[in-house]
Design a protein. Structure first.
Length: 548
């Protein structure tokens, strides 16, 4: 009995923080730019701590309260004034933090302070705190100074080939927030489905959002003949925009044109060169039917669509696609041939004109310029895939997908660029070379290590060109991704590797150290119910897939 009392006495004499479990781990994903340990006793994140925030940071304070309740079970009150003897997690916007999205987090025995260059910076500091305390509420003294390498830190989701409900789109946006990403590129239209309501052209959703069947397998001639469809109302789209904005994420809508428009042509056949008949695409790949760029009604259609899109999406940037546009129908169309001839005569007198590689490419350049001019007149910027580079206005933004070379060329000539090369950033591609047990049938091979190796703005570019590399994003095309869990599986954990490419300075990156941090980070993925690929952790996979 005496020994038992002695043990209890010794326990009572220990400092409280020695009984609180494991310490917080500040080596999170993405890795902050500077983590400097300090001397002194730790801060214990426990009951009685308050969140102190001014009125303009109540949104961020509420996120912090919610996150901490989820990862530590502590439901901390939010207050706007100090009280004697109270301990705080204090949020503030401070001119001391010069980077708009930067933050400084200071921890000592008295509390935690997160100062940001803006509310967004405070939000990213909150993300670091959230991830750190998932491993323990003992917060050792530290000063973290952090800001992102790139201003464009994006993820793309194709909701055209397969449709995903509003609730999942929000869950996907939450995943971006967890990774300090700030751009959601939302692919809303394609040959296989038009997914956004346009009130002036209602058939786009009554006809264009529905297909009567879908290809089975990969490059197969088999069709399931099962009706498939779905669309977002404008109210739902606005709801998603607001949900993202609260998390400091900008939604960039993509309306792909003049190719990838078969769903629109099925809705309004008069917009094509032949007048149809057309049907919403069942098959993947590139269709030869495109908008008739010599038809005046096409420009009425495009301007009406973009007017409503701009009303829904407040983003400065609107993605207009511009990729994979066959010229076959233009070559057969008398109106297009006449326009091409007129453009050729005009171009012969314009020494600055640089013809594109395809025979009738001036037609697409003509179309693209009209769309650019329309968006510019409405104080928006047009973004397109790298096919639009030649012949596009100087202020055109380029998304480099056919490798990094088009993006490098664009940056060297003064265009703003987002790097999203197929070789690093197409997350519909396989994560392993052994694809027997993989759920997706898409080709390609991009493991986590390959994603981590991407440098969007390497030293091989000139200093001036590197200034035009705004950032990077990964794309999830959904031809072979039919459900929500598969979207998550294809994204994770490669999305975590991309987050570090986007956020962390190259000299701080270390793949082996990243894998250790990623192992801890997966606890958060599991907490929030995300499905992730486990190729980096064979012990977590099904031990014998042939026997259950």
């Amino acid at each position: 009995m005496k020994r038992g009392f002695l043990f209890l006495y010794l326990i009572a004499c220990l400092p409280l923080w020695t009984l609180a479990g494991d310490p917080a781990n500040y080596n999170v994903v993405p890795l902050p730019q500077s983590i400097v340990e300090q001397k002194g006793e730790p801060f214990i994140l426990e009951e009685g701590v308050q969140i102190l925030a001014p009125a303009e940071l109540q949104n961020e304070a509420e996120f912090l309260r919610q996150y901490l309740k989820e990862v530590t079970w502590n439901d901390l009150p939010i207050v706007s004034q100090r009280a004697k003897k109270a301990r705080y997690i204090e949020l503030a916007v401070s001119p001391k933090v010069t980077e708009k999205e930067g933050y400084m987090m200071t921890v000592n025995a008295r509390g935690v302070t997160i100062q940001g260059g803006s509310a967004a910076g405070v939000f990213y500091g909150i993300q670091t705190l959230r991830k750190a305390v998932k491993e323990g509420v003992i917060m050792n003294p530290v000063v973290i100074s952090d800001s992102p390498r790139f201003s464009w830190r994006g993820m793309h989701l194709d909701c055209s080939r397969h449709f995903f409900p509003v609730a999942f789109v929000k869950k996907f946006i939450d995943l971006l927030a967890l990774h300090n990403m700030n751009v959601f590129h939302w692919h809303l239209t394609d040959d296989q489905g038009w997914r956004i309501e346009i009130k002036k052209w209602p058939k786009l959703v009554t006809v264009g959002s529905q297909r009567t069947g879908t290809i089975i397998g990969t490059n197969s001639d088999l069709d399931d003949h099962i009706p498939y469809g779905g669309c977002y109302t404008q109210e739902e789209a606005r709801e998603i925009v607001a949900y993202a904005a609260a998390r400091h994420i900008t939604v960039i809508p993509e309306i792909d044109m003049p190719g990838h428009m078969l769903a629109a042509l099925a809705s309004y056949p008069e917009l094509g060169c032949t007048g149809g008949p057309y049907q919403v695409g069942h098959y993947w790949g590139v269709y030869k039917d495109v908008l008739c760029v010599a038809n005046s009604k096409v420009y009425e259609f495009v301007e009406d669509v973009l007017t409503e899109i701009m009303d829904i999406f407040p983003s400065e940037v609107i993605h207009i696609g511009g990729d994979e546009t066959p010229t076959d129908k233009w070559q057969e169309c008398p109106k297009c041939q006449a326009l091409n001839k007129a453009l050729g005569a005009d171009n012969a007198q314009n020494e600055a004109f640089e013809p594109l590689t395809s025979k009738l490419s001036p037609l697409q350049a003509h179309f693209t310029k009209r769309v650019f001019d329309f968006l510019t007149a409405h104080h928006r910027r047009a973004l397109g895939w790298d096919e639009i580079l030649d012949g596009s206005p100087q202020d055109a933004m380029i998304m480099s997908w056919r490798g990094t070379e088009p993006g490098a060329k664009a940056a060297e000539t003064g265009h703003d660029v987002i790097m999203t090369p197929t070789t690093f950033c197409y997350f519909d591609y396989q994560q392993t070379e052994d694809v027997l047990f993989e759920p997706s049938r898409c080709g390609g091979f991009i493991p986590v290590e390959k994603v981590y190796a991407l440098d969007p703005a390497p030293d091989s570019l000139s200093v001036a060109a590197r200034q035009h590399i705004l950032g990077a994003q990964a794309n999830i095309w959904t031809e072979y991704i039919t459900n929500e869990e598969l979207v998550e599986y294809q994204a994770l954990p490669r999305m975590s590797a991309l987050a570090e490419v986007q956020w962390t300075q190259p000299q701080r990156k270390d793949y082996e150290a990243f894998k250790e941090r990623l192992s801890a980070f997966t606890a958060l993925l599991e907490l929030y119910g995300y499905t992730y690929a486990k190729h980096l952790w064979p012990e977590r996979q099904i031990p014998n897939r042939w026997q259950f």
